[in-house]
Design a protein around this ligand. Sequence first.
Ligand code: ZN
Ligand code: ZN
Length: 352
Amino acid sequence: MADAALDLVAIAPTDNLRYLLGFAPHSDERLCLLLISGGEEAMVVPALNAEQIASLAPGLRLADWDDAAGPAATLAAVLRSLGVSGAARLAVDPELRADHLLALEAALPHATVTNASSLIAPLREIKDDHELDLLRRCAELDDAAVRAAYAALEPGMTELELADVVAGTYRERGGAPEFTIVGGGPNSAFPHHATGSRRFETGDAVVLDVGGRLDDYPSDITRMAFVGDPSERYREIHAIVEAAVQAGIAAAKPGVSCADVDAAARKVIADAGYGEYFTHRLGHGLGISVHEAPWIMAGNDAPLRAGAVHSIEPGIYLPGEFGVRLEEIVHVDEDGAHRLSSLPREVHIAHV
Ligand code: ZN
Ligand code: ZN
């Protein structure tokens, strides 16, 4: 904050707060803000949540307001007590609700407002041993969920039914499903297909991009299956995407720019003639949020740092035909990138 010449950082009940305090209260229209000034912090909280927050964060100064009075006077008093006034420089949580930002701006009409991500994202980017342990355990759950889907896949089953098998595996193992993208046949060509009621048919490529959550930390994996024997064309595309994953993993080292990691994998696909069918960035960081820094994409010249955890997920999407994406989550240390999953990336063949 001192380096950025900031007077105040305002954090909402989002993953940023969960990262800083270890919990995030229920988020709704009631104003709830952690306010951090140079030397002090305080939290403006709705009265109905105050007792719970006090038990979770003993020692944190709480200023509560009730529904009848509204938050404006409490917010103003806390800002005064923190010595924040006039042309203050604020950094706010990017997921702060617009109405709460407006309340903050009403309390400090001469303030300038910037995005607090530049302060918090670099902290979140580097995982400590505890976070890494949770991410690894969740990755094991993911492997089990994909194996269960492989075992269940058969013609006639719907995408939603297969997604249920995945979700059930997380629950059976003490976690919770976070998202399940299951796309069969032409639906596999939509990178973020909305899982639906289409039934699998012989000759379908099937994309499984799924993730769970265990003790606040998520997982994310993409694997491919095929109903019946894959065509030559499918095998060709799968092999190109596989080579792109390998190139991405080989390129991911501390000090290499995120853009260069993206470019290393993208080159494999472009050289094979399918560059225009790889329509998204190579990857994203994974931590408390499923998508967070570092962003592995063109234009991001920031260097990868040891301690980061991120995805490498190239794809080729042939509209109306099929798509192939393979996704690994890797942990970057001084030696390079190491994947968290131990599941092979070969296409699973569901025999019919
Ligand atoms: Zn994914
Ligand atoms: Zn991902």
